[in-house]
Design a protein around this ligand. Structure first.
Ligand code: ADP
Length: 669
């Protein structure tokens, strides 16, 4: 602070003097001492000594003129007074004779031995027998000469005009090594691609000098400026030294401290900004990964859901479809828009959309619908659960899940059928019990009632005969029922066998006619029978008893269920598809007939065509089921054609081909 103030006062005084005296000229000896002072390629003398002197010159109205030459020439010129001052001069007694030295040294420098990169010179002893380039009158070169002599190291020295020439000789391998001072060597070794050998020596100060006894004012001025320059980091001297030492050329740039601080602030700000951006990116990446995960999770769940899942907008078009629905929709897609209309038949689509509209109108709630439809050529039942949702844009929408319930529906239908059948069985059971109790009680009452009447004294012979006849008929009726029950039990237990023998069907039919004629007459019915074959040809191989039982049963039913008209029975000889002859029996009546829906049922056991008919024509509902079982056993077929109120035709066909017996016995066959 004190020094700066002094410099300011001094400068001020000199400015007044200079102003009075006008511009002063100072001739400076210049030589190649890069980066302190040197001649640039454009011929100009430059360097950090020059930059420093220029500032001084500007402040003090001094014009520095540079006289360029070798270092030795410079020393000669100051001696002769040809120049006023020199830069970078080491102190020696000899030189102090013809030069005055500034008090503050410019730099402390030292000598350094440089070599080319392949060189094996690593220490001072390696210099033995080597050729070394030194600058003429250079203090460093002089010192090395003395040192090697002292150490008995024999070297051959070649002198150059400047340091550049020293480096040129090393580079062209005309010498093994060269001596320059470190100030020059540090920046220039890079340019020449040379290396320091590591041999350094003789640190010494260098100074500004002026001609002895002259230019005392200049020396004072130099001392004053040097004092400030050397200690101020931002002085032109130090800044310029940095610049030239690091090989920068061109105009000197002085960086103000505020600018430096500003740059630091900007750098810190940019770093913070980058860290912030990095953090943001990390968070975005993390959030994106989280989003992607939940999206994948949702899609995986939806695509594996065994149901059609969808979301519809207000116009009832799908805005989301899961994979299962997509597979269906792709077959029906129109312009990439899908809806109930693009998938289902018009009627089904209308039902679905009506339900959707109801939910949309309500603005809340849910509905279930079930419908049958055609999907990819398959008829399926769908259960559709739909509900109101508010879409992300706030508009109303429909969410839905449809499940294929075809199997469930089928099971449901089977259950309904089974239930109906169970109910019917129940009714049948009740009807059967009522019927059976009637069937058994009626003859029993007859037997018991007339048996006690027989005990009455004074009965006439006719009366007794009549009562006994009633008891006999009732007994026969009971026996019939018991026989039927025994037969059906045997059939069910698989104990009924087929016993084939020769039988004459004409005789059987004639017998049946004779047997039922009185009963038919009693009811006022006409009874007829047709025989297709002459008696000798009518003997066939069959189960005589079972055929008789079947035909008897059919004729008995015909009389039972006919109140007036005609009953015809018989057989026909027919050719089947294989051109074989077959006997087809028939029993035809003009009775009450059977409703079409009961035709199959009447062949089941304990079933009567009209189960509500409690008037109970005699019968336990076993006759036809026994007949059917017998016909089946004989490999035949039994059927009925009937019309309610107009009579029935029962047909019986035996697939056993008709084969007439050779024996012509009328009785047996
Ligand atoms: P049932 O002993 O009750 O006659 P069936 O098994 O012989 O038992 O006959 C079953 C039912 O078939 C009868 O209850 C009757 O309703 C009906 N059915 C049988 N034959 C005839 C017929 N010729 N005309 C009208 N209905 C008949």
């Amino acid at each position: 602070m004190k020094k700066s103030l002094l410099l300011l006062i001094f400068t001020f005084c000199f400015a007044i003097i200079n102003h009075a005296h006008g511009e002063r000229i100072v001739k400076v000896g210049a030589f190649n001492y890069y980066p302190g002072i040197f001649k640039d390629t454009d011929g100009e003398v430059k360097g950090f000594f020059v930059d420093a002197l220029n500032e001084l010159g500007q402040n003090e109205n001094i014009k520095f003129i540079y006289v360029y030459g070798s270092w030795e020439q410079g020393l000669e010129r100051i001696k002769t007074g040809e120049i006023d001052m020199l830069t970078s001069v080491a102190y020696t007694k000899e030189r102090a004779v013809f030069m005055d030295y500034a008090q503050t040294p410019l730099l402390t420098v030292w000598g350094e031995v440089y070599v080319e990169p392949k060189s094996e010179i690593k220490g001072i002893k390696d210099l033995n027998g080597k050729t070394i380039a030194v600058m003429k009158s250079d203090f460093n070169g002089e010192f090395l000469r003395q040192l090697t002599t002292k150490l008995s190291i024999n070297c051959n020295y070649i002198e150059t005009n400047d340091f550049d020439e020293v480096f040129q000789l090393i580079l062209t391998e005309k010498v093994d090594a060269g001596v320059v001072n470190n100030t020059y060597g540090a920046p220039k070794s890079q340019e020449y691609s040379l290396l320091s050998s590591g041999i350094v020596f003789n640190p010494f100060d260098i100074f500004f000098t002026v001609k002895k006894g002259e230019n005392a004012w200049l020396l004072k001025l130099l001392n004053m400026y040097l004092e400030t320059w050397v200690h101020d980091r931002n002085s032109v001297y130090n800044v310029s030294r940095q610049k030239w030492s690091h090989g920068k050329v061109g105009k000197m740039e002085v960086f103000p401290e505020w600018l430096q601080n500003g740059i630091y602030a900007v750098v810190v700000f940019v770093l913070l900004l980058m860290a912030f951006i990095g953090l943001l990116r990390y968070r975005v990446r993390k959030a994106t990964a989280k989003l992607k995960y939940s999206e994948t999770l949702f899609e995986t769940f939806m695509d594996n859901t065994p149901a059609f899942v969808y979301i519809k907008d207000e116009a009832l078009n799908h805005i989301y479809r899961n994979k299962m629905l997509n597979n269906i929709v792709n077959n029906h897609l129109i312009n990439n828009i899908s809806s109930a209309k693009t998938i289902f038949e018009p009627e089904t689509a209308e039902t679905i959309e009506q339900t959707d509209r109801v939910i949309l109108d309500l603005g809340k709630g849910s509905k279930n619908i079930q419908f049958q439809c055609n999907l990819n050529g398959e008829t399926v039942w769908l259960h559709d659960y739909k509900f109101f949702i508010a879409l992300p844009d706030g508009k109303p929408g429909i969410g839905g899940i449809s499940i294929d319930m075809t199997r469930l529906k089928e099971t449901e239908l089977e259950l309904i059928k089974a239930k109906e059948k169970a109910e019917e069985s129940d009714r049948l059971k009740s009807a059967f019990l009522a019927n059976m109790s009637h069937e058994i009680r009626t003859p029993m009452n007859g037997i018991l009632g007339f048996a006690s009447l027989l005990n009455k004294p004074g009965l006439t012979g006719d009366q007794q005969h009549e009562y006994i006849e009633i008891i006999r008929k009732s007994g026969a009726r009971m026996l019939n029922i018991i026989n039927d029950i025994v037969d059906i039990s045997k059939i069910e237990a698989g104990l009924m066998n087929l016993e084939l023998s020769e039988s004459n069907v004409n005789e059987q039919l004639e017998y049946i006619y004779t047997f039922f004629k009185p009963e038919a007459d009693a009811k006022g019915l006409m009874l007829q029978f047709n025989l297709a074959l002459a008696a000798p040809k009518a003997t066939i191989l069959t189960d005589r008893e079972k055929l008789f039982a079947v035909l008897t049963n059919l004729v008995k039913n015909a009389i039972k269920y006919t109140t007036k008209g005609l009953i015809t029975f018989g057989y026909e000889l027919k050719n089947n598809q294989k051109n074989q002859k077959e006997l087809q029996f028939f029993v035809k009546d003009t009775g009450i007939g059977i409703s079409p829906n009961r035709i199959d049922a009447i062949f089941e056991r304990f079933v009567q065509a009209d189960i509500e008919d409690k008037m109970a024509r005699q019968g336990a509902g076993l006759g036809l089921s026994i007949s059917k079982a017998y016909v089946d056993m004989m490999g035949g077929e039994i059927w009925v054609e009937s019309e309610k109120g107009r009579g029935s035709v029962f047909g019986v066909l035996f697939y056993l081909p008709y084969r007439a017996c050779k024996k012509r016995s009328l009785l047996l066959c």
